[in-house]
Design a protein around this ligand. Structure first.
Ligand code: PLP
Length: 280
């Protein structure tokens, strides 16, 4: 397995990061995950644009332009012979003596990349449908930044894992914010696709954006508005989206069956449209 650290491709076993890295000490960094299907990156330009925005929001210089990132990602995919899965990349504020304020000028960001093989297109869970549990959203107020500070999501997704569920849907004031690592959607009885509008309360999902575009092109009705847990329990269909799951049907939330406990027809259609787009 070959990984990338600060300008070098090297075996995973030989890769290491100094203990004073601010990513390790403060979670002072940003990450991105782009899907790989058929050996090719999916919607990667949008992921790199979000990376640039996240880095800018916390004042870390983006060490590469989009073309530079793409070259590194493609080389890593080739070196690992990856056909399906994801490329993880992380940029931290670098290595410096531990002090909360930014390090002195000249400290360079730390860049780490690795690939993970995963079955996304023919994931059997997408045929069965996933179960979800709701958990309180304990995160900070800038969830639009894709920060590596993921403790709230670690705890949320551990709760889901212990309940045998595939994802945690986080909620705040009775309304669903998003999944632990995904965007949450429901579909109403009359076929309207509902998802929370973009704000600092959620991460602007790249898969969310693509799915909304595909839904619109297919003439489906979209409502960008917050929805409550109660509304989700009563929804005709539900699903979540992410680069590592694409469109994942939800058949149960907190033990309550959604849409008869089967992946819904509109959800399956959206998954099909997304897969077509991703494979094109
Ligand atoms: N929301 C959160 C909190 C996430 O961590 C993720 C992905 O990891 C998403 C949404 C989905 O984003 P994307 O579709 O860009 O993978």
């Amino acid at each position: 397995r070959t990984v990338y650290v600060n300008g070098r491709f090297l075996p995973y076993e030989e890769a290491s990061i100094p203990i004073m890295d601010r990513g390790f000490l403060f979670a002072d960094g940003i990450y991105e995950v782009s899907a790989v299907l058929g050996g090719r990156l999916v919607d990667n330009e949008a992921h790199l644009a979000r990376l640039d925005r996240s880095l800018g929001a916390i004042g870390i210089r983006n060490p590469h332009d989009a073309a530079g990132w793409t070259r590194l990602q493609e080389e890593l995919i080739a070196r690992n012979g990856l056909t399906e899965g994801g490329v993880y990349l992380q940029v931290t504020r670098g290595v410096a003596e531990r002090d909360f304020a930014f390090p002195p000028a000249g400290v360079e960001p730390t860049v780490v990349m690795f690939t993970q093989a995963k079955t996304i297109a023919n994931n059997p869970l997408a045929d069965r449908g996933a179960t979800v549990v709701s958990v309180e959203d304990l995160r900070w107020k800038r969830r639009d930044i894709k920060s590596v500070a993921l403790l709230a999501q670690v705890l949320a997704k551990q709760q889901a894992a212990e309940a045998g569920a595939a994802e945690a849907w986080m909620h705040e004031d009775g309304f669903v914010t998003e999944g632990g690592s995904s965007t949450a959607f429901i579909i109403t009885e009359d076929g309207r696709i509902v998802t929370r509008p973009l704000s600092t309360a959620i991460l602007p999902g790249i898969t969310r954006r693509a799915v909304l575009r595909l839904a619109e092109e297919a003439g489906l009705t979209i409502e960008e508005r917050p929805f409550s847990l109660e509304e989700a329990f009563a929804a005709a269909e539900a699903f979540f989206t992410s680069a590592s799951a694409f469109v994942m049907p939800v058949i149960e939330i907190d033990g309550r069956r959604i849409g008869g406990g089967q992946p819904g027809p509109l959800t399956r259609r959206l998954r099909g449209l997304y897969l077509e787009m991703a494979a094109a």
